[in-house]
Design a binder for this molecule. Structure first.
Ligand code: AMP
Length: 115
């Protein structure tokens, strides 16, 4: 069954698209945790970080380059930001289509909260 992100990539669900090319689509997160919260999503269906193949190495590099450029466009590059991949249950992954979170625009807290 297609995930929400596949439907966004196919244009079947609305999203605020900030970048699209032959390999990735980037759009704003529907529940932003900071003033800038963008998801960089490969068109290729890869469920989790654990499902990335060796042959995906260039795609992963491209996702980070797109995130870098979007951060500059959004004016958050100088102050800094955070890039996050959540993987499976312990990583807090909700949508099982690989995506890179670009989060910034305010001082972010600790990387991981201590329980
Ligand atoms: P993750 O927990 O890493 O799987 O992140 C999934 C992210 O997708 C969450 O931050 C959600 O707010 C976001 N999200 C879910 N549905 C949509 C949607 N329709 N459009 C944009 N972002 C979404």
């Amino acid at each position: 069954m297609a995930t929400i992100f596949e439907k966004i990539i196919a244009g079947e669900l609305p999203a605020t698209i900030l970048h699209r090319d032959e390999r990735v689509v980037a759009f704003t997160d529907i529940h932003p945790v900071a003033p800038t919260h963008i998801l960089i999503v490969p068109r290729k269906v890869i469920e989790t970080v654990d499902d990335i193949a060796d042959e995906d190495e260039a795609l992963l590099g491209h996702m980070i380059i797109v995130a870098r450029d979007l951060a500059r466009q959004q004016g958050i590059a100088k102050d800094g930001y955070r890039l996050i991949f959540n993987c499976r249950t312990h990583g807090g992954q909700e949508v099982y289509h690989l995506h890179l979170h670009l989060i910034g625009g305010r001082v972010l807290g600790r990387m991981v909260h201590r329980d």
